[in-house]
Design a protein around this ligand. Structure first.
Ligand code: LIP
Ligand code: MG
Ligand code: MG
Length: 283
């Protein structure tokens, strides 16, 4: 049985194996650097942090993949922050977040992950997420199930909002109007008697917890395609729903998502939300 429990012989085998190996190598670098001194800078806001380890890990992953797959295209968080175009074409495309949870990483809070997604003809083919401190490797290939360290994952079947544990993220905007909408959304879900609404600082890991059935729903305005790509495959292959906050199909570049173990839960969460607008990733 190959990494993550997937059978050999499917298309993109070599790409998937390369992603698994690089996610493991990146995880070793991140875990070592977690407790070390860091040089921290900001991007779009004082809450949007980046370190030299984000850049080093991204350079490692992209350079190794370019060597092995020179015709492929790349969307990577820190290259995009430095001005690279964020465009998903029909070409085989890697969608990479070198450290998801950089704020956690800066504070030595252990919920950090490397996320490597892969799309062809704009369809997500596989995702690999390495929760490196806990040594959990989440992976999924389209049509072949979702796994964590080889153990198959299944989402929760919860359909009752008053019995749901829900994860979300704050995003990088901190202006009063955004915070009012963000807290208002949490309030609506708590008034609907949700068991809890939690923020862990990594959208990718939040979605992996959903895939594992540990939470019943996830929603966010403000995340990016690199936060979403790999974990979307993992949730879907665990039997979950990943959709737009309007209830329509997911738009990877739209910076908004609702995900849940069931369509009913996803719809109930989406109906409770006021939208928060963010500029698309691909403008
Ligand atoms: O920047 P990063 O740590 O890769 O990704 C993080 C996301 O996972 C999280 O959902 C969001 O709230 C943070 O603002 C940040 O964008
Ligand atoms: Mg991220
Ligand atoms: Mg990141």
């Amino acid at each position: 049985m190959k990494a993550g429990g997937q059978q050999a012989g499917s298309p993109w085998d070599e790409c998937f194996e390369a992603a698994v190996q690089l996610a493991r190598r990146a995880g070793q670098i991140i875990s070592k650097a977690l407790t070390e001194e860091k040089r921290v800078s900001t991007k779009t806001s004082a809450a949007d942090l980046v370190t030299e380890t984000d850049r080093l890990v991204e350079d490692l992953i992209v350079s190794e993949l370019r060597k092995q797959f020179p015709s492929h295209r790349f969307i990577a968080e820190e290259a995009t922050a430095a001005g690279a175009k964020c465009e998903l074409t029909t070409s085989p495309t890697w969608i990479i977040d070198p450290i998801d949870g950089t704020c956690n990483f800066v504070h030595r809070f252990p919920d950090v992950a490397v996320s490597i997604g892969f799309a062809v003809h704009r369809e997500l083919e596989f995702g690999v997420v390495h929760h490196c401190v806990e040594e959990r490797l989440y992976s999924a290939r389209r049509g072949h199930g979702a796994f964590c360290n080889g153990q198959q994952l299944w989402v929760s079947g919860e359909t009752d909002l008053s019995r749901a544990l829900i994860l979300t993220e704050i995003g990088s905007k901190r202006d009063p109007a955004t915070l009012k909408l963000l807290l208002g959304n949490m309030e609506q879900l708590l008034l609907a008697k949700a068991h809890g609404v939690r923020v862990i600082g990594s959208s990718t890991l939040a979605l992996c917890h959903l895939a594992a059935g540990a939470v019943d729903a996830y929603y966010q305005f403000g995340l990016h395609c690199w936060d979403l790509a790999a974990a979307t495959v993992i949730v879907r292959e665990a039997g979950g729903i990943v959709m737009d906050t309007t209830g329509g199909p997911l738009d990877l570049m739209s910076r908004r998502v609702v995900a849940a173990g069931t369509q009913k839960m996803a719809t109930l969460v989406a109906q409770a939300l006021q939208p928060i607008s963010y500029e698309r990733d691909d403008v």
